[in-house]
Design a binder for this molecule. Structure first.
Ligand SMILES: Cc1ncc(C[n+]2csc(CCOP(=O)(O)OP(=O)(O)O)c2C)c(N)n1
Ligand SMILES: [Mg+2]
Length: 303
């Protein structure tokens, strides 16, 4: 069985949730941009931007709720901030000040994992262990398209399927594994591949946080109800290079970069909620002031 098509999702965000989606996206964008600037000034060793992926990250993180335990990859900054990681804690490890920076157990947000796809097995193992202890809270595992080429991912999908682990896999497919296009890594979608392992899956566009929210709410509810894994694949745009050390202009079509920038989910969603009258100038100014303060605090700490 396959999760229902996009138009059939039952769980639409209410107006407060829609404003919350936008606020978290704006905060994530501001912190990400400040971190990029800090890296350019030599204050951070490296930064992997999540710009272009905010709708996928915020939509999914709000949908699964605070009780879920999250195993991220290394680019889930919007998820991290939403879960309560402070901007300083988030940035500290990229300045070599900490190994992680936050309390993974308290926040239910595990450390970033740079060994591609290792977190997929950690997440499945954690879900199986929880069940053995009589708990069955949802486990959410994030990975990129490139990580799905790793053997660990196949092992994790198979193990989750046969053990009926309560895991929601969320693949942000930004079309690239550094300079390797997704089309050169796979012949089917990640969602189709999951079905081959016996895991229900769906592929939803990652530009609109409400679509992502609805799809992930539904998938999370299904994992909780059926105690079996699901996978949501979310195609997203990658606005910047893989990292601050990567000159994407060398290998990536300029029109492709321009398309990703034009499809910026943050500006699009802000314009949409403004157009609908759900946020006004005062609301946007207040969030802007909040973001500016967060950025200034980071600047003072790191420069
Ligand atoms: C096991 C392993 N092999 C190779 C690398 C080097 N590496 C780091 S990021 C990356 C690309 C990952 O692409 P994807 O999973 O699509 O995530 P994205 O960076 O696009 O978010 C590679 C090959 C690594 N970190 N770990
Ligand atoms: Mg990728």
């Amino acid at each position: 069985m396959v999760l229902q098509a996009e138009t059939e999702y039952g769980t639409d965000p209410d107006d407060d949730t829609r404003r919350s989606l936008l606020r978290h996206m704006l905060v994530a964008r501001g912190v990400d941009e400040e971190a990029r600037q800090l890296q350019k000034q030599g204050a951070l060793d490296l930064w992997l931007s999540c710009q272009g992926q905010e709708a996928a990250q915020v939509g999914s993180a709000l949908a699964v709720g605070p009780a879920a335990t999250v195993f991220p990859s290394y680019r889930e900054h919007a998820v991290a901030l939403l879960r309560g990681v402070t901007p300083d804690e988030l940035v500290a490890q990229w300045a070599g000040r900490t190994f992680c920076g936050w309390d993974p157990r308290r926040l239910r947000f595990f450390p970033y994992t740079l060994v591609l796809a290792a977190q997929t097995l950690h997440g499945v193992g954690y879900a199986i262990g929880q069940r053995l202890q009589g708990r069955d809270d949802l486990v959410v595992v994030y990975m990129g398209d490139g990580a799905t080429s790793e053997g660990d991912m196949s092992e994790a999908l198979n193990l989750a399927a046969v053990e009926s682990a309560s895991v929601l896999f969320i693949c942000q497919n930004n079309g690239w594994a550094i300079s390797k296009p997704a089309g050169e890594q796979m012949r089917t979608s990640v969602a189709e591949r999951a079905r081959g392992f016996g895991i229900e899956s769906v592929r939803v566009p990652g530009q609109d946080p409400e679509t992502v929210f609805s799809a992930c709410s539904r998938a999370a509810a299904q994992v909780r109800a059926e105690r079996a894994p699901c996978l949501v694949e979310i195609p997203v745009g990658r606005i910047h290079g893989h990292s601050t050390s990567d000159a994407q202009e060398v290998y990536r079509d300029h029109e492709d970069i321009a398309r990703a920038r034009a499809a910026d989910p943050v500006t699009a969603y802000a314009a949409r909620l403004s157009g609908l009258g759900l946020v006004d100038t005062a609301w946007l100014d207040a969030v802007d002031a909040e973001v500016r303060e967060l950025r200034e605090r980071l600047m003072k700490e790191y420069v």
